[in-house]
Structure formats: structure tokens, C-alpha cells
Design a protein around this ligand. Structure first.
Ligand code: DMJ
Length: 933
């Protein structure tokens, strides 16, 4: 056993060779040590105001809980807009999100220990009786193992922990006889079959009644799970084992953790987002601290705190080093690839990572915690809530916000560690925003879009389990809570488990575990918990001084590419004018450009091309600056381009004589029916009149029930969509007006909305470049009736149809022409899955490869041929930075000679890497919809 205390992070209050309970308690105690040291900085908040805010939190909780109990209970969740309960099977399925709902009164169970924290002991007593009376854990329903563990098992254990605490106090719960614990044990046994894999990693889902294997189970065929899903069990399972003496739970959770540890990527010490539960192979190899991984890290550190095993701390520290080395790019936390950790895996962050500053407080690493928290707070100030995902330049990437508690959690922990009243003000803002924007007559509604303030009929149980706890505790004094919160550890769902479990039944902890045990050196314990002497070396303004440089980080930010920012600028070498600040209308900027040897060329299509000639620069230093500026500009526009990309869609001509053999690559739209989520749309095509679709159609009878063809240009895509929809079209294909354009040579893009709500557009819309579009137009001329299938992926052609129509010799000539069209369309882009033509997609970039043609020109052609209207539309939603958007279509050119180290050709992203990025984005979004959220 290692020593705790002494020279280690928690300071001298911990005796040498402390019992584990003391070590754990000390770690928790360190969190409050600083609350009284604040003497300057943000104005202190009076006790009166804190009480007022605390009471406001109580009132808000009553509003949420009261409405749930009145209108939804015994359903799992409240639907606050329609004021009723969400019962699984009775509402349209929301996919994986519904896997949290097991018909076990989820919100009630998740709220149990919140009632005690908020001093609502009578209501707690009443709620426990209801759980014991009404809740059935044996429903024939498939639930997420992860969600059921953290919300239901955790909720029951948190309830039990506080029930026995109250009983011991002698006033409340005197009748209680471990009934919640018995339920927890029953549930624990129901989850165990999920671990029946060779790896010991659990299946992601289980049927509460039938388990995994039985035919009635309707689950058990999954091969993958998320890292957090498999690595967020140890607190609840160990607590269950230690409370009951049944060792099996802790053993299973340890085995899963051991396996994940074994599978970490050895050179980077990072883990991926999803893993194959049978082979242990990483399925998604990107790695961050948000969705899919978050609570795996959290549980390693907290398992050390609760259970006292050094091995958990050692693992956490190893991962933490890697996180700080690769993922942390203060104030950002950006996903990287586990095998190439210097390579960012994406340019956006998800809201779940907002818990990380809180975990860093527990770890004792306060500076980056303050920085990230400050950045997140500024995003919140801009949008009132943290959008589900936002880009590195703080634009909304995914606008939803389901009232997540992670930011409040970090705010609470930072306040505990710093005592800085600034964090009380942050909490006050959170309360105000919730009341102002999310409060509805029947509870609190999730935000569907933080930009528009629209609501979703959803109030997740974690809102009651976590948000109110952290907000209440933030403003509470010790005497406001009827027990000592420092005797407990918070699970990831903020359920409370007593630290004394560390010394109970601990003999079981090491049984059957594969992990080797090593004596840790002292460095493992450095900073393992906040220590006021380290945090504030005679500087009460410590936290403020860290926040200060970041205070405008969001407001001042405009679209930019962040590619290991800290590295490129650490050297201090940066051009006098940054690409992200450049405005083509600013004469000073133009002057600087000239000095750097960069000239502007206005292209016919309205875009601006940047060209650098080093020899035209005023000096060699200016030439270097110019080169850096060009480099920044390329990265900036490439980043922007990447953000515009979406997986291609397919327009497949299915009617005679094509029979599905001709598949045209199409660009999707940011509005209308999403073909990746819905079944394909099939219909005959008809040209709209006017052909540009910019006004009410004059031939509605021709497009009614058909897929309308419209020409690009003259008005917004969304306007065209509305006009054809109003005329009764079931879908639309926009054909590029730029003659000769083709997906062979130009990158696909998504059609943007018009900056307003486009929810009214229900039909699918796809975009075809001119060459592909003319295949359809030619077909209409030749065959009149042309039927197409709009989908996210081409379907197998229909041999039955083909056979039906082809026996006559008359059709032979038509077949022949079909073949002709098929083979000629290979050039444009054929992805018929039954033929090797698929490879033509992969060969696309070769035609635009810089090795074929002039270097710089081909770079710009493949990277920046995006549509000015789309770029403008997309970013204008976010406000201030539209001027810059127009710059993002700029092309760049440089003379290779001017810097032999710069290979512009490398900037071209090969199509398979683009596709990989697309796939990762889709997977990421799918992940975010999963139960892990
Ligand atoms: C909670 O259920 C838990 O905190 C979980 O770990 C992930 N996030 C949700 C709430 O956002």
C-alpha cells in the first residue's frame, strides 16, 4: 500500500499510511479547503443573496419535480410541453435516447437523493415509499446497461445511502430496512448477463425481463459499445458489492476496466470512443474527453477515491498525462486520433466535456480547469446554453441543449476549490437562463435550438438528479445541508455514495482481478487533490488572473482553422496580419498584403484569389510573413470547407432502361427530409416552371407527386424547396447552373438554409452538378418518364424489374443505350454497388490532384470551390463574422521555390480521407444520440 499524505498533494492533514477512508475523505476535503480564503477579486456575494439563490433553486426543483409527479409519474419522464408522461412505445421512437427508459419511473428514482440534498426529507420518505410500492424492474423492455447503471442502480444506491444516514440520525426513515438496497441488488443481477462476453466488456443493452440471449430478449447481437459505457460501472457495482457483501458485481466491473486498460493504445495511452466487445478492437479510434469516453476517466479517479486502489490512480494519471499532452489545447479540448495523437480528429467539441474541469479540480490541476470553464462560460453567454456541439471558433455545430448539468457541476467544483465568488455569479446566470428560456408551465423543456430558443418536449431525468444538486450546493452553506456532503462521492449522475465504503468488505476488491499491482512513486500523488497552498501562493487573485486573458476568447473569435494552434504560435512567429482577421475591404489590410507580396485577383464568379510572389515582398521578412499568412489562409479555408462537408447522397435512375444502374453523386441539404435517417424517396421527375423555382410554380399539376427538377441560382435553396413543396412535389433536385461542372472536379457541398427556421420544409432536396444533372435531363428527353430514387446510399438494382421488361427484342436497343449511358456516366460518377464502378468514386481526387497540374491552382480548386451563398448563410446564423466568410472562398497560390519546405500539394485531402471524416462525423452524431448522452 502506498503512503498518502506527507509530501503528496493532499497535504499534512492526511496521516502517513492513512486508512483508505481517510485518504478518500481527504481528497474530498481538499475540495472545500479553499472556500474561506477569498479576500479579493470578484465582489463577494452576501449570505443573503446566496440564500435567495438557494431558495430559487428549491422553487425551480419543485416546479420540475412537482410537474413530473403530477403529470407524468409513474412514467419514466415528463414531456413538459404536452404535460404528460413519456411512456416508451406510446411515443414515436427517438432511437437510442429511449434506451434510458425502462418503465421503471426513471425520474423518480433519479431524483431520490436530490430530495435529501435539497432538505426535502419528508418528500424523500414519500418518494422512497412510492418506489418500493410502484416500481417494477422486470419489464420486457430493452434498456441501456450504462444508463440503467448510472441512473437507476445509482439512484437506488444513492437513495439507500441517504436513507440509512437519515435513519441513523433518528428522526426520519425509521421504518426503512434496506429495501432500496434489495431493489438495487435485484437490478444488479439483472444487468450481470450483459457481461457474458469473452472480453468481460458488457453488451450495451439488455432486456430487463429476458436478459441477453433468450430469443425474446430482442438484443444481444451488438458487437460494439462505447468506452464510457463499459468503463462507468465500478462505483455503483463496487458500492453494491460492499453494501451487500455479494462480491460478483465489483469483480465484473473491475474486469471490464482491466480489459479497457489493457487495450489502451500503448504509444499514446489514449482510448478510442467505441470498442468491439468480443475482439477488443477499437472501432472508433478518435479520442477526447467528451461523448463516449468522459466518465471512463471520471470513474478511474473516483474509483481511487472511493476504493483506495493505487492502480486506479496510476491508470488515471497515465491517461491524464496523455490527455494533457494531446487533447488539451487550452482552453480547448480537441479530439485526436489514438494512433496519431498529434492529429486532431475534428474541429468541434461536444457539451459533455464540460464535466472535465470539475474532474481536473478533483485531480488538483486547477489552471486548465479554470481556462476551459471560462471558455465554456463564454459560449454559454453567447447562446444562453451550451450547444450540444460547437466548433473551435465557437460557432454552433449542433444546436440542441437537453438541459445538461455538466457545466453546473464544474462550476460547483471550481467554486469549492477556489472560493472565488465569480463562480457564484456564473451559477446565478445559469439559474436566470433556465428560468428565462427553458421554463415552461409544466416543467423545464430542453432546447431544440439554442439559437432560436425553440423547445423540445423533453425533460431528462439527469436534470433533476444533477442540475439541482450542483446548483443548490453551490449556494449552500454547510448548515444548509442536513448531512456532511464531504463524506460522500458523486457518481457521474451525481448520486451520493458514502466514502466509508472504502473500508467495508474491502477484502473482495482484489479478488480475480488481472491488473498487476505496482508500488507508486510519489509523483502519482502530486496534485491529486487541490491544496490551497499550491493553488494560491499568496495570490487570492489566482483564478481571476488565469481567466483574464481569456475573457474575450469567444466574442473576438471569427471562423478560423485551429490546427495545433499552440504549436504554430508558440514560437511567436506569426504574420502581422492574421488570416482570420483579414478583411478585403480594409485598406490597411490590403497594404499589409502588398508588403508581404500577396496580391488579390478578383475572379469572374465573384470569388477572390490570393496569390503570393515572394520576390514582390518588401523584404525577406515580409515575404516570410506572407508565406505564413497564406498558410493560415489555406488552413482556414480548408477547415471551413471541411465543416461544410456531408456524406454524399445518391440519385439513382430506376426506371426503364436504367434499372438502377445509373447512380449520380448528389449533395445533401441542411434542411428538409434527412435521407440518412429516413427511407429513400422514389418518384418520377418533372421540370419545374419557372425552372429556377424562385417563385410560385406555374405548372403545379406537372410536379405534383413528383420529384421536381430546379435550376440553381437567383434565390436561396430553401426558397426553391418551399415553392416546389407548395406545388405538391415530393422531393427536389437542384441542378447546377454552372455549365460543365461535375462532382469529378468540384467538391460536393451541402445546400444551406436561409438562416431562418427551415422546419417547414419536409421534402428531401439534393444537389447535382451540371454534368450529372444533364444525364437526367437527357434521359427525360429520350424516355419522357424517368423515375429516380433519392437516398443516402444507392440501392441494389432491381433484377426482377429488369427481367420483366427486357425479353422483347425491341428492348435490346434500349438496353444497349442504357449500357452506353452507364458507361459514359462512369466518368461522372457511378457508384453502382454491384460493379467495380464504385472505384470511380475513389479515383475522383486524382483528377484534381496537384501533381497533375499546376500546384497551387489545383489546391484551391479542390479545397475551396464552395458556394458563396452557402458559406454566408451558414455563418450568418452565428452573427458577427460574416465579412470574413466571403474571404473563405479565396484561392491561394504560392511559388514552390519560395519555400521548399512547404508542400502545398499535401493540403489536398484525398477522397478516402474525406469519406473517413464524413463517416466519423456521422458516427460521432450517432454516438451523441446514444444512451451515453
Ligand atoms: C448524465 O446522465 C451523466 O452525467 C453521464 O455521465 C453523461 N451525461 C449525462 C447528462 O448530460
Amino acid at each position: 500500500m502506498s503512503e498518502a499524505g506527507g509530501g503528496r498533494g493532499c497535504g499534512s492533514s492526511v496521516p502517513q499510511r492513512a486508512p483508505w477512508s481517510l485518504v478518500a475523505a481527504a481528497a474530498a476535503l481538499c475540495l472545500v479547503a479553499a472556500t474561506s480564503v477569498w479576500t479579493a477579486g470578484a465582489a463577494p456575494m452576501s449570505r443573503e443573496e446566496r440564500q435567495k439563490l438557494g431558495n430559487q433553486v428549491l422553487e425551480m426543483f419543485d416546479h420540475a419535480y412537482g410537474n413530473y409527479m403530477e403529470h407524468a409519474y409513474p412514467a419514466d419522464e415528463l414531456m413538459p410541453l404536452t404535460c404528460r408522461g413519456r411512456v416508451r412505445g406510446q411515443e414515436p421512437s427517438r432511437g437510442d435516447v429511449d434506451d434510458a427508459l425502462g418503465k421503471f419511473s426513471l425520474t423518480l428514482i433519479d431524483s431520490l437523493d436530490t430530495l435529501v440534498v435539497l432538505n426535502k426529507t419528508k418528500e424523500f420518505e414519500d418518494a422512497v415509499r412510492k418506489v418500493l410500492r410502484d416500481v417494477n424492474l422486470d419489464n420486457d423492455v430493452v434498456v441501456s446497461v450504462f444508463e440503467t447503471n448510472i441512473r437507476v442502480l445509482g439512484g437506488l444506491l444513492g437513495g439507500h445511502s441517504l436513507a440509512i444516514m437519515l435513519k441513523e440520525k433518528g428522526e426520519y426513515m425509521q421504518w426503512y430496512n434496506d429495501e432500496l438496497l434489495q431493489m438495487a441488488k435485484q437490478l444488479g443481477y439483472k444487468l450481470l448477463p450483459a457481461f457474458n462476453t469473452t472480453s468481460g466488456l458488457p453488451y450495451p443493452r439488455i432486456n430487463l425481463k429476458f436478459g441477453i440471449r433468450k430469443p425474446e430478449a430482442r438484443t444481444g447481437t451488438e458487437t460494439d459499445t462505447c468506452t464510457a459505457c463499459a468503463g462507468t460501472l465500478i462505483l455503483e457495482f463496487a458500492a453494491l458489492s460492499r453494501f451487500t457483501g455479494a462480491t460478483i458485481f465489483e469483480e465484473y466491473a473491475r474486469k471490464a476496466l482491466d480489459f479497457l486498460w489493457e487495450k489502451r493504445q500503448r504509444s499514446s495511452n489514449l482510448v478510442g470512443v467505441t470498442i468491439n466487445i468480443h475482439t477488443g478492437d477499437w472501432v472508433r479510434k478518435d479520442s477526447g474527453v467528451g461523448a463516449g469516453i468522459d466518465s471512463y476517466y471520471e470513474y478511474l479517479l473516483k474509483a481511487y477515491v472511493l476504493l483506495g486502489d493505487d492502480s486506479f490512480l496510476e491508470r488515471f494519471n497515465t491517461h491524464y498525462d496523455a490527455i494533457m499532452r494531446y487533447i488539451s489545447q487550452p482552453p480547448l479540448l480537441l479530439d485526436v486520433h489514438i494512433h496519431k495523437p498529434m492529429l486532431n480528429a475534428r474541429t468541434w467539441m461536444d457539451a459533455l466535456l464540460a464535466f472535465f474541469p470539475g474532474l481536473q479540480v478533483l485531480k488538483g490541476d486547477i489552471r486548465p480547469a479554470i481556462e476551459t470553464h471560462e471558455m465554456l462560460y463564454q459560449v454559454i453567454k453567447k447562446h444562453n446554453f451550451l450547444p450540444e456541439a460547437f466548433t473551435t471558433d465557437f460557432r454552433v455545430h449542433w444546436a440542441q441543449h437537453p438541459l445538461r448539468p455538466e457545466f453546473a457541476e464544474s462550476t460547483y467544483f471550481l467554486y469549492k476549490a477556489t472560493g472565488d465568488p465569480y463562480y457564484l455569479e456564473v451559477g446565478k446566470t445559469l439559474i436566470e437562463n433556465l428560468n428565462k428560456y427553458a421554463r415552461v408551465p409544466c416543467g423545464f423543456a430542453a432546447m431544440k435550438d439554442v439559437r432560436t430558443g425553440s423547445h423540445e418536449d423533453r425533460m431528462d431525468s439527469f436534470f433533476l438528479a444533477e442540475m439541482f444538486k450542483y446548483l443548490y450546493l453551490l449556494f449552500a452553506d454547510k448548515e444548509d445541508i442536513i448531512f456532511d456532503i464531504e463524506d460522500y462521492i458523486f457518481t457521474t449522475e451525481a448520486h451520493l455514495l458514502p466514502l466509508w465504503l472504502s473500508t467495508t468488505n474491502q477484502s473482495i476488491s482484489k479478488k480475480n482481478t488481472t491488473s498487476e499491482y505496482t508500488e507508486l512513486d510519489d509523483s502519482n500523488f502530486d496534485w491529486t487533490c487541490p491544496n490551497t497552498q499550491i493553488l494560491f501562493p499568496n495570490d487570492p487573485l489566482y483564478a481571476q488572473s488565469i481567466r483574464e486573458p481569456l475573457k474575450n476568447v469567444v466574442d473576438k473569435s471569427c471562423p478560423r482553422g485551429i490546427i495545433r494552434v499552440e504549436e504554430s504560435f508558440r514560437s511567436g512567429a506569426k504574420p502581422p496580419l492574421r488570416a482570420r482577421d483579414f478583411m478585403a475591404t480594409n485598406p490597411e489590410h490590403l497594404e499589409i498584403l502588398k508588403k508581404m507580396g500577396v496580391s488579390l485577383i478578383h475572379l469572374k464568379d465573384g470569388r477572390v484569389q490570393l496569390v503570393q510572389h515572394a520576390i514582390q515582398a518588401a523584404s525577406s521578412i515580409d515575404a516570410e510573413d506572407g508565406l505564413r499568412f497564406m498558410q493560415e489562409m489555406i488552413e482556414l479555408s480548408s477547415q471551413q470547407q471541411k465543416e461544410q462537408q456531408l456524406p454524399p447522397r445518391a440519385v439513382q435512375i430506376v426506371s426503364h432502361p436504367f434499372f438502377g444502374r445509373v447512380v449520380l453523386t448528389a449533395g445533401p441539404a441542411q434542411f428538409g427530409l434527412d435521407l440518412s435517417k429516413h427511407k429513400e424517396t422514389r418518384g418520377f421527375v418533372a421540370s419545374s416552371k419557372p425552372y429556377n423555382g424562385c417563385s410560385e410554380l406555374t405548372n403545379p399539376e406537372a410536379v405534383m407527386g413528383k420529384i421536381a427538377l430546379i435550376q440553381r441560382g437567383q434565390c436561396m435553396f430553401a426558397e426553391k424547396a418551399r415553392n416546389i413543396q407548395n406545388a405538391g412535389a415530393i422531393g427536389g433536385i437542384v441542378i447546377d447552373d454552372n455549365e460543365g461542372s461535375s462532382s469529378d472536379t468540384a467538391p460536393l457541398f451541402q445546400m444551406a438554409g436561409d438562416g431562418k427556421d427551415t422546419d417547414d420544409i419536409k421534402i428531401p432536396m439534393l444537389f447535382l452538378f451540371s454534368k450529372e444533372g444533364s444525364i437526367i435531363l437527357d434521359a427525360i428527353r429520350e424516355y419522357e418518364e424517368v423515375e429516380v430514387l433519392l437516398s443516402d446510399k444507392a440501392k441494389d438494382r432491381d433484377p426482377e424489374m429488369e427481367n420483366e421488361e427486357q425479353p422483347s427484342s425491341e428492348n435490346d436497343s434500349q438496353n444497349q443505350s442504357a449500357e452506353q449511358i452507364t458507361s459514359s456516366s462512369q466518368e461522372v460518377d457511378l457508384v453502382d454497388q454491384e460493379s467495380p464502378e464504385e472505384s470511380s468514386l475513389n479515383s475522383q481526387p486524382e483528377s484534381s490532384s496537384p501533381t497533375d497540374t499546376d500546384n497551387a491552382a489545383s489546391v484551391s480548386a479542390s479545397e475551396q470551390n464552395s458556394n458563396p451563398v452557402e458559406n454566408h448563410e451558414t455563418t450568418s446564423l452565428d452573427g458577427e463574422c460574416t465579412d470574413l466568410d466571403n474571404q473563405l472562398q479565396e484561392q491561394s497560390e504560392t511559388e514552390e521555390d519560395s519555400n521548399p519546405n512547404v508542400s502545398w500539394g499535401k493540403k489536398v485531402q484525398p477522397i478516402d480521407s474525406i469519406l473517413a471524416d464524413w463517416n466519423e462525423d456521422i458516427e460521432a452524431f450517432e454516438m451523441m444520440e446514444k444512451d451515453e448522452l
